[in-house]
Design a protein. Structure first.
Length: 283
């Protein structure tokens, strides 16, 4: 009975020992092995054998590309404008032993590096350049960070700027400025339109006055010529003059009779005598 227990114990110990000595590493991962607390070797994907109780797997590291989300932060540009920017970084661990022993937390360290470098790069740019130069910021970020993280056995594959926008206060100020600029342009346009309309109206009045003056001159000239011709035709004869003035007198009375304001029109019984009276008063 006692021998059976010992055999079972030995078998269990043997199974445990084999289990501790055999390590299967999945594809896309590498294991960091320590021997008696000191780095020993890297286990590649597949079946690996280590010394039980002496060698231990201290770290399991992914060799696939790792995506690091860089939190949003406020950044001050060269022209003292506050903008909010965030990014995403893609890294790959090529030397797991450097990544786990070279820095306490490589993900936290890289996030801080990206944030610090982003503040430094954007701080050297004006607002307009920062908002329109994502590719330039991306290239500078990758260059500055790659040198720092290479000592940790990590490669920066790429870094992308997700959002880079003015802060809420700055956006409100920009919207107010844009609204004021639109209002100014509208006022200028309206003033220019009113000015043009006033000029055109004044030019129209001037042209109308000029035409009226020319018409009056032509009418006066025609009247003068008509009077001269009538005078030459009448000479000292009374009858033609009486006839012409009488005709004008009758036309005037007729127009007065059809006027809306006329209530009663009285005609003299002796029109020729009335005309002669007009002639005598004009002499």
């Amino acid at each position: 009975m006692g021998g059976t227990v010992v055999v079972l114990a030995v078998l269990i110990l043997l199974v445990i020992t084999v289990g501790l000595g055999v390590r299967i590493v999945p594809q896309g991962s590498k294991h960091v092995v320590q021997r008696l607390g000191k780095f020993h070797k890297i286990l590649p994907p597949g079946l690996n054998i280590i010394i039980p109780y002496i060698d231990t797997v201290a770290h399991r590291v992914s060799t696939k590309d790792i995506v690091l989300d860089i939190p949003s932060q406020e950044v001050i540009t060269k022209d003292n404008v506050v903008i909010v920017a965030n990014a995403v970084a893609y890294i790959n661990i090529v030397a797991p032993e450097k990544a786990v022993y070279g820095v306490e937390d490589y993900e936290l360290a890289i996030r801080n590096l990206v944030q610090t470098s982003l503040r430094s790069i954007v701080g050297e740019m004006d607002l307009d350049d920062a908002l329109s130069s994502r590719d330039q910021i991306k290239a500078k970020l990758k260059t500055s960070i790659s040198d720092d993280i290479s000592d940790w056995g990590i490669v920066m594959k790429t870094v992308e700027i997700q959002d880079i926008n003015p802060s809420g206060t700055m956006q409100q100020a920009m919207e107010e400025q844009a609204a004021a600029e639109r209002q100014r342009r509208a006022t200028v346009t309206r003033a220019d339109g009113e000015k043009t309309a006033a000029i055109l109206e004044a030019e129209g009045r001037l042209e109308a006055s000029r035409r009226d003056a020319e018409a009056k001159v032509v009418l006066a000239t025609a009247t003068q010529e008509a009077i001269e011709k009538v005078t030459a035709g009448i000479q000292d004869k009374e009858l033609p003059a009486v006839y012409l003035l009488g005709e004008k007198y009758v036309e005037a009375m007729r127009e007065l009779a059809v006027s809306e304001n006329a209530k009663l029109v009285l005609l003299p019984g002796d029109i020729p005598a009335a005309v002669r009276g007009l002639m005598s008063t004009t002499k």
